[in-house]
Ligand binder design. Structure first.
Ligand code: 6PG
Length: 232
């Protein structure tokens, strides 16, 4: 089920996303003592991360994961870990609670290692699938999310939590969580701003289609948080 949440501008959209994530984290902490949250990369979430740190009453009992990472070292400008360290960690989140993907390692090895860390650390449901409390995702103009790109074989993976992919969006080599791992999340929050994302937002709402990978999350509990420019 996809719920659409529209806000006037990028700043209000970032604030709404930060509020929603903080709310879900507080709920997870009171229910289970700790929250597990996967984070999006790209450019759109930076402001939400800057706002999120200040909104957390309990910063100790949250483990932070990544929906995807580029195969670069953690200090590289293209690194999603670097984005998080410059925004969320800089805002006061303990770095030791952030589980980064080792983008500097061989992609296959980094994917397998990250999947095992998820399996070890994140509580699982009856099917043995680790259940993130929140999976925050971005949305590409082509409808990709995390590093799950249109019509890519990674969309059909059902036996792994994380896989290496070669993407059309630079940098090409990436590690991504798979659809089963993202679908298992209690809350999937997709954040998109700007007129360039309107077509993709419209296609996500139109129903599941491998040409629009984000739409394949429709059977999960999804909130699409967008600004007026990106709204259908
Ligand atoms: C990545 C992301 C990717 C991103 C979208 C949107 O590592 O590139 O996880 O899925 O969220 O490409 O990117 P922008 O926010 O920069 O438009």
């Amino acid at each position: 089920m996809i719920h659409l949440s529209v806000h006037p501008d990028p700043e209000a959209t970032a604030a709404a996303a930060a509020d929603l994530i903080a709310d879900r984290i507080a709920a997870a902490q009171s229910a289970r003592g700790i929250a597990h949250v996967s984070l999006a990369g790209g450019t759109t979430p930076r402001r939400a991360y800057e706002l999120l740190a200040a909104r957390l009453a309990d910063r100790e009992h949250v483990d932070w994961w990544f929906g995807d990472e580029r195969c670069v070292p953690p200090d590289d400008p293209e690194s999603n870990y670097r984005l998080v360290s410059e925004s969320l960690i800089a805002g006061g989140i303990p770095a030791e609670r952030v589980h980064r993907v080792h983008g500097e390692d061989a992609p296959e090895h980094a994917a397998v290692a990250y999947a095992s860390e998820l399996e070890r650390e994140v509580p699982r449901n009856a099917d043995g699938m680790p259940v993130l409390d929140v999976a925050l995702l971005g949305l590409g103009e082509d409808g990709h999310t995390a590093s799950l790109f249109p019509r890519d074989p990674s969309l059909d993976v059902t036996d792994a939590l994380a896989v290496p992919v070669v993407a059309v969006k630079p940098p090409p080599n990436r590690i991504t969580l798979t659809l089963p791992a993202l679908r298992a999340a209690r809350d999937v929050i997709v954040l998109a701003t700007g007129a360039g994302k309107r077509d993709a937002v419209t296609r996500v709402l139109a129903g599941p289609d491998p040409a629009t990978p984000a739409s394949l999350l429709a059977d999960a509990n999804v909130t699409l948080v967008v600004d007026a420019a990106a709204a259908p």
